[in-house]
Design a protein around this ligand. Structure first.
Ligand SMILES: [Zn+2]
Length: 100
């Protein structure tokens, strides 16, 4: 599988079951994202973890940004893209075509 490019860092994305006792739909650690396919919305979880990777690259954890606020932003952006990915992609194609 092609790796995700997060501001120049290659991130591996794995789809695998996470033990139930961890009570997580996904996680991001180092250069790896793991998504549990049993999550209610695995694509939203994927985006959520990808945004954690982005924040890590930006060094958000070294600022005073509150963890709750970070999660509000991450979840909002992930839900927005998950709900609009097809429209965004169609518009991307249309704009690309008109720009030739
Ligand atoms: Zn999170």
């Amino acid at each position: 599988m092609k790796k995700l490019n997060v501001l120049g860092s290659k991130v591996t994305v794995k789809i695998k079951k996470i033990p139930d006792d961890r009570n997580q739909d996904g996680y991001s650690y180092g250069d790896e994202i793991v998504i549990d396919p049993r999550a209610q919305d695995p694509f939203q979880v994927y985006l959520h973890e990808a945004f954690h990777q982005l924040n890590d690259r930006l060094g958000i954890y070294r600022t005073t940004v509150n963890k709750d606020l970070e999660h509000i932003w991450i979840d909002t952006a992930a839900t927005f893209i998950a709900e609009n990915i097809l429209t965004i992609y169609q518009t991307y194609n249309k704009l690309k075509k008109n720009n030739r």
